[in-house]
Write a protein of this length. Structure first.
Length: 268
């Protein structure tokens, strides 16, 4: 019963650790996709007296990815009934050029203001609209969510490591007599510690499998999928081969490292 309890303690600790790692990865995927979506949907509007070229703008602002003209057709169509064709033609000539500018990455609020200032330094540009309020609220939410997720999972990760150290130490103390007897007969370090490495190998496999089953259930759950769709959040992909393989390597590396460190320290 005690042996089983020790097994469960390590499996549960590794399960929590691996879950926090995978959860961080999935949250990173979701946030990155939302960031990309925000970049794709966000644009800066420029008003210029002359035609603009992307190359010229990139000399001033390197963040610019693309620039596309905005047709004033909608404005002119609304005025078509209230103005003569002559006045409409003159207005069309007098109208400035409107452009929609896309950025490479997601800038901060302060960076956006610098971009605006840099663009306004060009003589031909008369107005720059960066829509700060709408953009900044979404940007801040994503940044806060990312910070909370990573901070929470870092705490869990270190607590799990400490628990693993404690549990491995308990294992060695419980088998101390057995290890000493093997030492009297000239057994090497690897022979004396083989059973510990075997235990953590099994526990790493079991904990990884449990995490995999949990995430597969989450990703196939229609209720969770529907809620994410309502929130306009892209559902991340979970690869059994890649993700579970990575988790198993992490679990194995940590558990084997901790066994080696603790057993060598206690052997001195």
């Amino acid at each position: 019963m005690k042996y089983l309890k020790n097994h469960i303690s390590v499996i549960l600790t590794l399960f929590i650790l691996l879950f926090s790692v995978q959860f961080s990865i999935e949250m990173y995927k979701i946030i990155e996709k939302q960031n990309q979506k925000l970049i794709e949907n966000y644009s800066i509007v420029l008003v210029s007296q002359t035609k603009l070229k992307k190359e010229n703008l990139q000399k001033i602002v390197k963040d610019i990815d693309s620039i596309s003209p905005i047709s004033p057709k909608k404005i002119l169509d609304k005025l078509k009934d209230s103005m003569s064709s002559k006045n409409l033609s003159m207005l069309k000539i007098a109208l400035p050029y409107f452009y929609s500018v896309k950025l490479h990455s997601l800038p901060s609020k302060s960076r956006l203001k610098k971009i605006k200032k840099s663009l306004l330094s060009m003589k031909q540009i008369t107005r720059v609209e960066i829509f700060t309020k709408t953009y900044d609220s979404i940007y801040q939410i994503l940044q806060i969510l990312q910070f909370i997720t990573y901070a929470f999972n870092i705490i869990i990760f270190f607590m799990s490591i400490l628990l693993l150290f404690k549990q491995i130490r308990i294992w060695i103390l419980e088998h101390e007599e057995k290890i000493k007897i093997m030492g009297y007969f000239g057994a090497s370090y690897w022979t004396k510690s083989a059973f510990l490495y075997k235990i953590v190998l099994i526990d790493s496999f079991v904990s990884t499998s449990l995490v995999g089953l949990l995430f597969l259930y989450i990703f196939k759950n229609s209720y969770i999928k529907d809620k994410l769709v309502l929130l306009d959040v892209n559902f991340p992909n979970f690869s059994i081969v890649h993700d579970l393989g990575s988790l198993f390597i992490i679990a194995l590396f940590l558990s084997l490292s901790i066994v080696t460190i603790v057993s060598r320290r206690m052997a001195k």
